[in-house]
Design a protein around this ligand. Sequence first.
Ligand SMILES: Cc1cc2nc3c(=O)[nH]c(=O)nc-3n(C[C@H](O)[C@H](O)[C@H](O)COP(=O)(O)O)c2cc1C
Length: 352
Amino acid sequence: MLNNAHAAAEAEFFALQSRGAAFLGTKYAIMGGAMSWVSERHLVAAISNAGGFGVIACGAMPPDLLEQEIAATQALTEKPFGVNLITMHPKLDELVQVCLRGKVGHIVLAGGIPPGPAVRAVKDGGAKLIAFAPALVLAKRLEKSGADALIIEGSEAGGHIGPVSLTVLAQEILPHIEKIPVFVAGGLGRGEAILGYLEMGAAGAQLGTRFAASTESIAHENFKNAFIRANARDALPSIQLDERFPVIPVRGLVNQGTKRFLKHQAETLIKFQAGELDKTQAQLAIEHFWAGALRRAVIDGDVVSGSVMAGQSVGMVTRVQPVAEIIAELQAQAVAALLAREQTRAHAQNPL
Ligand SMILES: Cc1cc2nc3c(=O)[nH]c(=O)nc-3n(C[C@H](O)[C@H](O)[C@H](O)COP(=O)(O)O)c2cc1C
């Protein structure tokens, strides 16, 4: 009886994921969010081999390196995976061609509304285009302009963030986008939460932080240990000191680097006010502060002054786990929630 109920709950969870999984070509509708320096061949292949959908973070990579990374990932998995390209990359068009030549089936365009030529190149090349929608109007526009799927990423996420939480974005966007699948991201650490969003109409979920601390992630031990130690409240957005000098909000663990960034902004402002730097120079000085800082944290393990990008879900990272175990855990939590609901319903119908 219990086994039947468990099988039914599992089937229900798979049914809820079916649209997203069919779109990705995977068992689970779970994407590993691209993370610069972290989402390389090993993690991407591990996620895809575990039934999820790994995504290579191209970041600032030149085309030849991306080509190598795609080939190296294909050597580690026969399963589908995607590539995330940043739209500001000066060689975006070439990078798209590298993905197409490498037979990458899904290209994620991040970092702003994707430019028309890149959208057309992806579609003409036969790949599926996934774009980020930070608001309903943009989601509708992207749906019209040919995006095959959307990601809505709440401000709970790690890395570069928008101002709105996933709770609100999901309510604003999910009921109104029906033609293409929508994946939710930001702050997801447990299966019950993923289940909730699937029931609201999401096609699947994207997680970053939990996978960054996985066994297969090449992130430095210090980086993973910082994740294990941290609570949700330690993962804060970067602070902008003066509105004349915008700072793109990035969520990461507070450390000496984030504190020094405030001091650096204050010192730069003083130099600007004293006429030692013009506006452009001051803005560049502020932007330059974090150059190379994510690499320092992820690869070199400098979690004291480096950029330890992490989502609020970091509080749910309690140990280093293999990717397959993380995915199985998410699945088990969602299935347990469905089972518990069924038992409550059965009890309500038949209290004795
Ligand atoms: C260390 C780190 C680096 C990231 N780098 C990128 C990136 O290069 N491009 C991108 O689109 N998103 C990036 N993200 C966001 C993730 O792809 C994902 O959407 C996010 O982590 C989801 O929220 P979560 O961390 O709460 O799971 C990064 C996130 C982290 C934690």
